[in-house]
Structure formats: C-alpha cells, structure tokens
Design a protein around this ligand. Structure first.
Ligand code: AMP
Length: 494
C-alpha cells in the first residue's frame, strides 16, 4: 500500500522538505503510521531500518511540534519536546541527520548526543535549547546527570530499534530515562520483532498503543535478489571480484563474522586494488564515522563490516551486500541483506558458502521457510591458484608449515627478511632512498577486469599510479599477541 504525501496535509515547510528529498509516495510504514502519530496516539510499530520508518515517526512528530516554533534565541523557549532513543551511535547520527533535513524549513531545532565523542560540543548545543533530541541511552544519562538535558517538557518519546536496545542491555538505562519524562506523553516504539521482552516493555510504557506491522519480522524484501555461491575460503575474495565485475557493481557492503576477519579482509581487498574500509567495534567513533562518510561520498567502494558495527546503517541504494561469512545467526542474514534493495530500489545479496557452512545455511532456510539453491560461480579466467589465497603462498615461500588460517598471520616482509639475514644492498638502494612503504609482491599484481565489461570507477582508481597501495582507512596490522587474543568469534563489538 503506498500513497502520496499530499494526502497528509503536511504543513508547507515539511511538505517542501519532503519534496526536496525526492520521495514520490509513502512507504507502507509511513502510510500507516503517519496518520496515527498525527492523532497523538501511542504506536507499536514492527518495521526494520530501510522501510522508511524514520520519516514515519519524525514527520508527524515535527508537524505536531510546529505549534512550539519560536524564533527567540532564549534557550528557555526551546525546551526538549521530543526525545528519540536509538541503540548505536551510527544510527543516532543518521536519524538525526534525517530529522534535520525534514525540519530544515521550520524553526524547530534538533541535535544528537552519543558516546565516544567529547561531551563539550554536545553540551553547548543542548544549552542553546533544542526541541528534538536524538540520543543513545548511555550518553543521554551522562547529560541528564550533568544537568545539560532537562526532560520535563517532553511530549513525545520514540524508542527506535527497541529490540536492539534490549539486546545491548540498555533496559535499565531506558527505565531510568523514562522515569524522568512526564507521564502525559506520546510513546512510539519501533522494533524489528515483537519478542516477549518487547511486549513487556510496551506493556509498561505505552498506553493503548496502535499496532502497526508492515513486514513480518523475518521477511526479506522482495526487491533483493539472493544468490548463494559455493566458494572455498581460498576463493572467496576471487568470488567478490568476479561478482563485482560481471554485475558492474560499484559499491557494496561485505559482512564478516569477526572483527579480526573484518580488518584482514579489508586490508587484502585494498591490496588487490579495491577502495575498501573496515567498520568494526575496535574502530574509534571518529574512524567509523569517517569510514561511513567515505563510503557515502564514493571515496570508498567496499565497506567490510561486522554485524554489530553495521547495525542500523542508513545508506541508500547500496547495490549489493556480500556475506563473506555466512552469519552465525540466521536473523542476522535478514538484517544484513536488508541493507540493499531498500525503499523500492533493487539489490543483490550474495552469500559465499564454504563446505563447513551447511548448518548455518540450513538455519537460514528454516527461518526463510525456503530451500536455497547453492550455485557454482563461474570465473572468467584461470588465475594462478595462489594469488588470492589468504597469504598461504607467501607463508609457504617463507618456509612456514601449517596453515595461516589457524589464527597465526603470515610473517611480515620484515620478519621474513630478518630470518633471511642481511643482504647486500642493491645498487639503486645506495645513497638516498625515498621512503617506500613495505609492500608484499604477492599482492602487487592489480586486478584485471574483463574487457567485455565497462570498467567501474573502482578499477580505474585501483590502476592509478598516484594512489597509495593502502588507504588511510586501513589500520596497520596488529601485533601477533593481539591477534591471538582476538581470534575467538565475536558476539558483540560495541
Ligand atoms: P529508514 O527506514 O527510515 O532508515 O529509511 C531508509 C531510507 O529510505 C532513507 O534513506 C530515507 O531517506 C529513504 N526514504 C524514506 N522514506 C522514503 C520514501 N517515501 N520514498 C523514498 N525513499 C524514502
């Protein structure tokens, strides 16, 4: 069910902002939720990120707050009227950005506070006065305790991605925050699933909510083409190259199951000429936002992420999602592939399945209630087997036995040359030598595109002689001891 925004009689400043966003019709959650929120009723909405739910709650909320618009500079005239709580910093940042766009022609002010950043700039914004405050629970409590945020005039509270907030363990924080709010208010709760815990939360804090459910919790969008290719661990990167090339895909998310795998894969793809950044919980907030911005601006084409780090990322029109690792939890499969084919755009979700993944694939089949076809991927050319092989050839050349995938990384160039002992300096090395980053010849050969396919931008960039071989987004390799510590599969990386 879709319908036009013009049916809503939104105030002119909001209608103008929506028109500017280029939205032609409402998404199903918007068509159902906006009229209800406009009446001030509580809502319990089952909708995932990517369904347009931010506009579904923020447009009617802004419309109802318009009566409080004030051009006064006095902070007292801009108390917090609406509070939007989200589980992660990235999600908070993205929702705040969207709200700012919808409110841009109004006099309503909005800001966002989340952890991992200096509190001072957030405090300055809060002290100026804001009508709409977007926050993660922990940082909001810090500001409440520091008396930077006063919530006694809040009329609307939105608990967004409520299931994730409970997963992360925010329930006590939520309970404290809600205890500071006036009893008389509208509460909107959005969650991908209505688990018993979510129902209990709603039972305690919502009054006669209207339930809105747009997609069954475990449903995948029909606009996503799902492919499962069998690939050995050795062939997975090659498979990514192949799919990017044959489908002419420029940008993609690549999901992995561990932080360590995330950093390693990003580094390897970067070395193979793809503009790649890693997004995982060990990255500082600043690094994560930079990686996200770089992806949004097209500076980076592949974003390798863990499930937790990617949660709630709002990036429109990502043409493809790769599951480099089949997720441990089948539900994460649904979340992962929800990053593509969003808001009506079509998308491709490719899952690379190795011999040991049978049980995980069976879990996905059970969840989706469908039999999945695992296909063989055809490769364009026979490349030397060892070129993309997680460093095993370099490993063997260095005289190592065993398998680097046991968790021990292959020796670095420096380690290898130290074992070989000092060499006679080559002619060209005598005297002045420009600083050259150590390079592994193993990864030197650039990726070769098929001439039959139009070369996407990432290939051209990869061949550019001016480009450094490793981007600023990739952290240098960590010490071996640190790798040992991090080798277990992660459960949470926030
Ligand atoms: P959300 O589920 O709120 O994270 O929204 C996902 C994406 O869909 C955002 O990038 C929105 O800008 C976009 N979006 C929201 N509503 C619409 C709409 N009615 N038409 C097209 N895109 C939309």
């Amino acid at each position: 069910m879709t319908s036009s925004f013009s049916n809503l009689s939104l105030a002119e400043p909001l209608a103008r902002a929506v028109a500017e966003m280029g939205y032609e019709s409402m998404t199903p959650i918007q068509a159902q939720a906006i009229p209800v929120v406009l009446t001030g009723q509580d809502v319990m909405g089952a909708a995932q990120t990517g369904t347009g739910k931010t506009a579904a709650f923020s447009l009617p909320l802004l419309q109802r707050l318009l009566k409080h618009e004030s051009s006064s500079t006095s902070p007292a005239r801009h108390p917090v009227r609406a509070l939007v709580l989200l589980p992660t910093r990235e999600l908070a940042d993205q929702v705040a950005q969207q709200i700012a766009l919808y409110a841009k022609y109004t006099k309503l002010r909005s800001t966002v506070v989340f952890g991992g950043m200096d509190m001072k700039p957030q405090t300055i914004e809060l002290k100026k006065g804001v009508e709409v405050l977007v926050a993660t629970p922990g940082r909001l409590l810090d500001h409440i305790e520091a008396k930077n945020a006063v919530l006694n005039q809040v009329e609307y509270v939105v608990l967004d991605e409520a299931d994730r907030m409970l997963d992360i363990g925010f329930l006590p924080d939520l309970q404290r925050i809600l205890s500071y709010l006036p009893k008389q208010r509208t509460t909107l709760l959005f969650s991908a699933t209505f688990s018993p815990e979510i129902k209990r939360l709603a039972g305690s804090y919502l009054q006669n909510p209207i339930t809105i459910e747009v997609a069954r919790p475990n449903e995948t969008a029909s606009t996503v083409e799902q492919r499962f290719y069998s690939a050995t661990d050795d062939d997975k990167r090659r498979a990514i190259h192949q799919v990017l090339k044959t489908r002419g895909i420029k940008q993609a998310f690549i999901f992995v199951n561990s932080k360590l795998g995330c950093a390693r894969l990003a580094r390897s793809l970067e070395r193979e000429g793809l503009k790649t950044a890693a997004l995982h919980g060990d990255k500082s907030q600043d690094e994560r936002l930079k990686a996200l911005e770089a992806f949004k601006s097209g500076e980076v084409d592949l974003l390798v992420c863990t499930d937790v780090a990617a949660r709630g990322l709002d990036i429109k029109d990502v043409p493809a999602v790769f599951n480099f690792d089949v997720p441990f939890n089948a539900e994460d499969y649904v979340h992962r592939i929800g990053r593509t084919g969003r808001a009506g755009a079509s998308g491709l979700a490719v899952t690379l399945v190795s011999g040991s993944d049978a049980r995980l694939v069976a879990d996905i089949e059970k969840l989706l209630k469908t039999k999945l076809d695992i296909e063989a991927l055809e490769y364009d050319e026979d490349r030397p087997k060892g070129r993309i092989n997680d460093g095993r050839r370099a490993w063997r050349e260095a005289g190592e036995t065993g398998d680097p995938r046991d968790g021990i990384p292959p020796p670095t160039l420096r380690e290898r040359s130290e074992r070989r002992g000092p060499r006679e300096p080559r002619e060209s090395y005598r005297g002045f030598r420009p600083a050259v980053a150590p390079r592994d010849p193993f990864f030197e050969k650039p990726y070769e595109a098929s001439s039959a396919t139009a070369a996407p931008a990432w290939e051209a960039a990869a061949k550019s002689p001016t480009r450094s071989s490793v981007s600023a987004n990739i952290k240098p390799k960590r010490k071996v001891a640190a790798l040992f510590k991090a080798v277990q599969p992660e459960t949470s990386d926030q």
